[in-house]
Design a protein around this ligand. Structure first.
Ligand SMILES: Nc1ncnc2c1ncn2[C@@H]1O[C@H](COP(=O)(O)OP(=O)(O)OP(=O)(O)O)[C@@H](O)[C@H]1O
Ligand SMILES: [Mg+2]
Length: 276
């Protein structure tokens, strides 16, 4: 794969050009979505359940191909890429999701180390089977997410917020250029959710890493995102810097659509968004 012609600094790391996705069952999950996402941006993707957030994320790492339009990631046209090239792109893209996906019986450090497995040639068993320099790196990542003291604690004894931070540290072992996070705080209490968003913002800002994060909690998006994109029935209905944006600007995104595709009246707009 050639990433050479891609200007690392100047070009957007993700470019979605007019993508639509219709699943074989007829559902139109994305409807002419265009977005350019630069390096170092924490972009929060919001919208009602079923509005297309996860589908959009899955187009970015090539798990879905659009029905029309194109997806470019780090200079590669992933919407037309062969599997070999997709694997190469995915090596640079970390994925964090709601269920954490940790190995329960392993320590935090082992879990973080397992993030480097894609770079190693054979399976590893236990912390000592990894090269020393990777062990040091894993420990540094745990330190960055505030969990150095828990390095040798079993993952299943951590709180949910701590588990998610271990999962983020694990994805950093892959040395990604971008993180995709699908509802990373859906099962966390407000305080832990804030800590995870704070961490994602820190990673985006300090590492100049692009983070695309789907969320149901508008307050968190307003509090932490650089940019908020709202989807309604697969269409982008909001795309703004989070600065100067307030809850009322955002609630419009949550208008439901009737069967004709038109937004329904204000009466149907929820006053708060539950995580459903
Ligand atoms: N593989 C699939 N086959 C058919 N339809 C699908 C598939 N994946 C998603 N959909 C449909 O596409 C639409 C968008 O789904 P998506 O999962 O992207 O929504 P979402 O915004 O992530 O919702 P949630 O907030 O509940 O996670 C939904 O109507 C969903 O049923
Ligand atoms: Mg989803």
């Amino acid at each position: 794969m050639s990433l050479n012609r891609f200007d690392q600094e100047a070009d957007p790391i993700v470019r979605l050009s007019d993508i639509s996705k219709r699943f074989p069952n007829g559902t139109l999950a994305l409807d002419k979505v265009s977005l350019e996402i630069p390096r170092g941006q924490l972009l929060c993707l919001i919208g009602l359940s079923g509005s297309g957030k996860s589908t959009l994320l899955r187009h970015v790492n090539g798990l879905h191909k659009p029905t029309s339009g194109s997806v470019d990631v780090m200079g590669m046209r992933v919407s037309e890429a062969a599997n070999k090239d997709l694997r190469e792109v995915r090596r640079h893209v970390g994925f964090v999701f709601q269920q954490f996906g940790l190995i329960n019986r392993a320590t935090c450090l082992e879990n973080v180390l397992s993030g480097a497995l894609g770079r190693l040639n054979w399976p590893r068993y236990g912390v000592r089977s990894y090269p020393k320099q990777l062990r040091r790196l894993a420990f540094d990542h745990l330190d960055r997410v505030g969990l150095a003291d828990q390095a040798y604690q079993r993952a299943d004894t951590l709180s949910g917020g701590q588990m998610q931070r271990v999962a983020i540290a694990r994805s950093l072992m892959q040395e990604p250029q971008m993180l995709l996070a699908d509802e990373p705080v859906a099962s966390l209490d407000p305080e832990s959710s804030g800590q995870v968003l704070e961490l994602l913002l820190k990673i985006a800002t300090e590492e100049n890493m692009t983070v695309i994060c789907t969320l149901h909690q508008v307050e968190l998006a307003l509090g932490w995102a650089h940019r908020i994109v709202g989807l309604r029935a697969g269409k982008v209905v909001l795309d703004r810097s989070a600065i100067g944006l307030d809850q009322r600007d955002v609630m419009d995104v949550y208008q439901r659509v009737d069967v004709t595709g038109a937004p329904t009246s204000d009466e149907d707009v929820p006053t708060s968004i539950s995580n459903s």
